[in-house]
Design a protein around this ligand. Sequence first.
Ligand SMILES: [Zn+2]
Ligand SMILES: [Zn+2]
Length: 141
Amino acid sequence: MILSKNYQEIHRCSTSLLTLISDKKDSQIAEEISDEDVEKLFERAKKQINVNAYERNTKARQLCVKKHGYTCCICGFDFEEFYGEIGVGYIHVHHLIPLNKIHEKYQVDPENDLKPVCPNCHAMLHKTSLSIEDLRTLIKK
Ligand SMILES: [Zn+2]
Ligand SMILES: [Zn+2]
């Protein structure tokens, strides 16, 4: 059964899985989670790990900022402008592709799939399911 083959990997992803499991509306204990649920959670955890990897990928990051610059595309914060010398070249990058659109053969497109965001806006994107446009509209209000 696929599940047991993935067992070790599931353990490696256990932190993400626990987060995902605890995110479920009605909290379930381990025995109540069906094999199908575990497979779905495992898939999601695996994809989440990929997304985080895209955001940490140095090469992809470089190509993203080369195209979009170092200013937050949501609030316009510029680290160099605010902090001077120590802020030069500092920005986070956010990966835009929804988890359900990521499949085995997916390759990150740094210019279109990654956008520069400041750590505050980045945190709000990950805390909510708002898009960059939604968050931009929200902070304008
Ligand atoms: Zn920002
Ligand atoms: Zn992100």
